[in-house]
Design a protein around this ligand. Structure first.
Ligand SMILES: [Co+2]
Length: 296
């Protein structure tokens, strides 16, 4: 059945992406244990997504402890899980239509921080309906997290998704705000509260493993050109990991393309005070009487 401006086929694609994502995220979460490599979980989840759907909407993000987002293992990364707070954030696409969801696996003994993000997500989902303002949804998130004595990460927010676009409007803040827009039937949004025991601000770290095409223009360097070909063919405008590029000189070529403004890099985002961050996320379609959770 069509929903607002979305036709049947589009809705079905979103639903399929959501179901695959739920399954893969659950399987990946089961693997997270001390001594297991980040890379093993990232590669497992990405391969499963390729088996079950059209592809990844972005590389599996594995953000631990003070990392909030955009962390993904590098090509030969042998980092293992310890007693960490682990946020797993995966994306699936079916014909470019995207589902985005995250869970936190806590190996650090701070379950309440995880609960705070999960309960905030539930409260936000209850508030989603046509005409609801994004700032009101944010207020629900903020209330729940502060009720636990924690702080939402204030400079990260949920976002709309669209075909081949993992990050578009409307923005769903993780705090109450007067500025906002009204949600409409057919909006597809990823809502993602982050909770922290720090002050609630993230900044960019030095590490960078995730990129996307910013500006498709011709480049002269041969290895850079090969990288660009793979990106435009396989990932289009969706984010990709440097380890996905099959070229012996991938890292150098990527750096060159980033300097030229052809690629955009996403540095790892870390909580300013080095405090723990938890995350919960679902993608939903706004319907006449509330929302349909695609990733449940
Ligand atoms: Co996500």
């Amino acid at each position: 059945m069509s929903i607002g401006p979305l036709d049947d086929e589009t809705v079905e694609n979103y639903r399929e992406a959501g179901q695959v994502l739920r399954q893969v995220l659950d399987e990946a979460a089961e693997m997270v244990e001390p001594g297991v490599k980040h890379l093993e979980v990232a590669e497992f989840s990405e391969e499963r997504i390729h088996e079950l759907a059209d592809g990844c909407a972005f590389p599996t993000n594995i953000s631990v402890n003070e990392e909030a987002s955009h962390a993904s293992p590098g090509r030969d990364d042998d980092t293992e899980f310890g007693d960490d707070m682990v946020c797993l954030d995966c994306g699936v696409h079916v014909d470019g239509y995207i589902a985005d969801a995250a869970v936190t696996v806590d190996l650090s003994g701070n379950d309440e921080l995880v609960e705070a993000a999960e309960e905030a997500l539930d409260a936000a989902l209850d508030a989603v309906e046509p005409g609801a303002e994004t700032g009101e949804v944010g207020a629900e998130i903020e209330d729940v997290i502060r009720g636990y004595g924690y702080t939402p990460v204030l400079n990260l927010s949920g976002h709309g998704v669209a075909q081949w676009d993992a990050h578009t409007g409307p923005n769903i803040p993780n705090r109450g705000t007067e500025r906002g827009v009204e949600l409409e039937v057919g909006d597809v949004v990823a809502i993602e509260p982050f909770a922290t025991d720090g002050r609630g601000k993230v900044t960019e770290g030095a590490k960078e493993e995730i990129y996307s095409l910013e500006n498709d223009r011709s480049v002269r360097n041969r290895s850079a050109r090969q990288v660009l070909e793979q990106v435009t063919e396989e990932y289009k405008t969706l984010p990709f990991a440097s380890r996905w590029i099959d070229s012996p000189r991938a890292e150098m070529a990527i750096r060159r393309l980033e300097q030229q403004g052809v690629l955009h890099g996403y540095p790892v985002l870390k909580e300013d005070d080095g405090c723990l961050v938890s995350q919960a996320e679902h993608t939903v379609i706004v319907t006449e009487d509330g929302c349909e959770i695609l990733t449940e």
